[in-house]
Design a protein around this ligand. Structure first.
Ligand code: BES
Ligand code: MG
Ligand code: ZN
Length: 456
């Protein structure tokens, strides 16, 4: 891992940003070298310039056209991997948002998941561009690395116990407190969390972290399904293969919590993670079972694979009891969200239009794309079954992400502002700054929006 900037006073080589077709004036030998490499400034092209003794004297990086850049994010991250060892600084025109994205992309490219085999980090280092807040970006990169590590770790090594240990480590490092509810207290206080986790020998629990003593209350709830087999409604193997990432909501809220605490935001933070394994055994909840819930609503389990909304509902009900100023839910909740928007864009739901606009704008500003979806009230009937208050899995599967969101909203009645993010948490193919594997989504957008939304 190499996710820090080089010291501001280090000697460094120029990395010259070249828009397509706009080559800078160079000495004749350098110009011949660049021409021979066929460097034209196409997006992502890199040309290292030889100095008098043969050592690099700098490099050119192709910025392409505005249209090409719009087809991705963090383009400069490619340079972090490709450049030779050394310290580099940027030369060229970037507005403050572009400079910040370039610098963050570089740090994000320094992430490695090295738990099971060594993975050398890039050896080129960047000096943080002037006007960019280096400490803030390093904190963001550290939070994102935590999210990625938690998601990437296979379920064998990341069960409810290990997720609890990771949350305890974070709490200890940041001076936060952690309380854990398990066993009989879980069964009485959080019956749906207990029911979803009942089939696994790895005991279900509710993890509750608190930090900060003054300021507005922000509560983050993250889905912590450490592995989702589907339960008795077993997933086919093609769908089960990636389900170590079903604690991606928990991983993402913990990464965000790390950013918030590390930056010392003036607020009272609470993080709730229902940590369970959705397994198969004689103790498993059954299709057709009706579960009681913390809120008092009864829920008919029409599909044991719609487990995320069950565990989240009990956690949201607890969160709602103290009516936090802002209540955020993050979950790898539905396959339907992916069908609708793909892996890159995160659908989110809120009734608060001002909040939605702040989040969307913040997402654009920090290259963390979000898209508002509707809490479409006419679909409420789809989640109302015959013999209980709610149905966890309407038949037909129409509007699957919306009906899941509507289900969650039933458990939030007192918090003045609620937003739910149906994240994917996974980068299916490597992209600049994002290797294939676990990835944080919507955390940076939230961090950016919080000061305005909570008037910090
Ligand atoms: N964890 C899955 C959703 C998921 C699947 C997220 C693939 C990302 C990628 C969730 O628990 C689930 O299985 N949802 C079902 C709900 C259905 C049974 C109503 C789904 O989306 O198919
Ligand atoms: Mg499921
Ligand atoms: Zn799930």
């Amino acid at each position: 891992m190499n996710q820090r900037f080089a010291p501001a006073d280090a000697d460094s080589l120029p990395l010259i940003l070249v828009p397509e077709g706009e080559l800078p004036a160079l000495l004749p030998e350098a110009a011949a070298w660049v021409a021979a490499q066929e460097f034209t400034g196409k997006l992502g092209q890199i040309c290292v310039l030889p100095g008098p003794g043969g050592a690099p004297s700098g490099a050119l990086f192709g910025m392409g056209t505005a249209r090409a850049r719009a087809r991705g994010r963090f383009h400069l991250a490619r340079a972090a991997d490709a450049l030779p060892e050394g310290t580099w600084h940027l030369e060229g025109t970037l507005d403050p948002a572009e400079a910040s994205e370039a610098a963050l992309g570089w740090l994000l490219a320094g992430y490695r998941f090295a738990r099971y085999k060594s993975a050398p980090a890039p050896r080129a280092r960047l000096k943080c561009p002037p006007g960019v807040d280096a400490d803030r970006l390093e904190m963001i990169a550290a939070g994102e690395a935590l999210t990625r590590d938690l998601i990437n770790t296979p379920a064998r090594d990341m069960g409810p116990d290990e997720l609890q240990a990771a949350m305890a480590d974070l709490a200890q490092a940041q001076g936060a407190s952690l309380s854990v509810t398990m066993g009989g207290d879980l069964e009485t206080g959080f019956p749906m969390i207990a029911a979803v986790g009942a089939a696994s020998p790895r005991a279900p629990r509710l993890l509750d972290l608190r930090w900060g003593t003054t300021g507005p209350r922000l509560t983050l709830v993250g889905k912590g399904v450490c592995f989702d087999t589907g339960g008795l409604d077993l997933k086919p193997s093609s769908s089960m293969g990636l389900m170590k990432k079903d604690m991606g909501g928990a991983a993402t809220v913990l990464g965000l919590a790390r950013m918030i605490m590390g930056l010392g935001l003036p607020l009272r933070l609470r993080v709730l993670v229902p940590a369970v394994e959705n397994a198969v055994s004689g103790a498993a909840m059954r299709p057709g079972d009706v579960l009681p819930s913390r809120k008092g609503l009864t829920v008919e389990v029409n599909n044991t694979d719609a487990e995320g909304r069950l565990v989240l509902a009990d956690a949201l009900a607890l969160a709602d009891e103290e009516a936090p100023d802002l209540l955020i839910c993050m979950a790898t909740l539905t396959g339907a969200a992916r069908v609708a928007l793909g892996p890159d864009v995160v659908p989110f739901y809120t009734d608060d239009t001002a909040l939605a606009e702040s989040l969307t704008r913040a997402g654009q500003a920090v290259a963390d794309p979000l898209w508002r979806m509707p809490f479409w009230a006419p679909y409420e009937t789809l989640i109302e079954p015959a013999i209980a208050d709610l149905d966890n899995a309407p038949s037909g599967g129409m509007a699957g992400s919306i009906t899941a969101a509507l289900f969650l909203r039933r458990f939030v009645t007192d918090a003045p502002r609620f937003a739910h993010f149906d994240i994917y948490g996974w980068q299916p193919t490597a992209a600049p700054g994002r290797p294939k594997g676990g990835v944080g989504q919507a955390a940076r957008a939230l961090l950016e929006a919080l000061p305005g939304v909570l008037k910090l």
